[in-house]
Design a protein around this ligand. Sequence first.
Ligand code: AMP
Length: 297
Amino acid sequence: MQIIGADQRESEKTPSPSAGIVTELRKWRKSQDSDKVIGLVPTMGALHEGHLSLIRQARRECDVVALTIFVNPTQFAPGEDLDSYPRTLDTDLQLAQKEGVDLVWLGNSRDLYPTGFATRVEVPALSDRLCGKSRPHHFGGVCLIVLKLFQLFQPTKAFFGEKDLQQVTIIERMVADLHVETEIVRCPLVREDDGLALSSRNVRLTPEDRQRALSLSKALFAIEASWRGGERKVQTLVEGAFEALDPGMELEYLELVDRNDLSPIEGEEATGDVAVCVAARAGDVRLIDNITLEFLS
Ligand code: AMP
């Protein structure tokens, strides 16, 4: 397994003089045979089974698998958890090796956002809703880094989890709008056995908060159960979810949306491709989750 950027890590005060991660990556990309299917799995590290499921799918579908690890500062607002975001690089590299990753590329702000950097990439219509209401700059930062990665890697396919449903929806829009050739592959959300959606942030939950956080998936499963039972009234579905939510959770939103564009379900009855999206805090950890109802009707 090749690693680019190990000598340029954010934590290294005086990185050794190397060509830099952009130049190194360009060299790597040029060295790849043009007929190879190149798969990209972008992450912020602190890898868990959710990330590994993306890597495995990439391994199944591609000749070459590249994993990126970079806690991208432009998608965090001041006061958010950029500094406390979990970082477990040594374990991540071991896991990547075990999963048969070909290249791990470690990002750093010095090379990616040098002095004078000024460009923005926005998909406003899809970014303003759900998470975008409380994190107005978040998806602009995501689009920026993902488009940079697509420029540099020119991957045949890129793998994203439906855990971040709004993110993958926005990226698909951006790719279509900007004629990016990369195929976006959606991978299913992976949960713990007890239902909690896997997230790098889960390690920051206290045992009590973890217990409370479980009620997020319980709320979604409550909606799923009444949907399966034939209930379609939005208000009734949502009320059932609220009952399942632990009162110690600080709810940001719980919404039934059209799964295709994440617009709110307007009428009294939910029809079509419906997703339920939720965001809430357990202690100081912000968590998101979602479930799809479309195939259950
Ligand atoms: P992150 O490191 O949190 O930015 O996530 C990197 C990629 O892994 C994104 O495409 C996420 O949607 C995906 N991912 C994170 N958690 C999960 C999960 N529980 N199930 C599936 N994919 C996930």
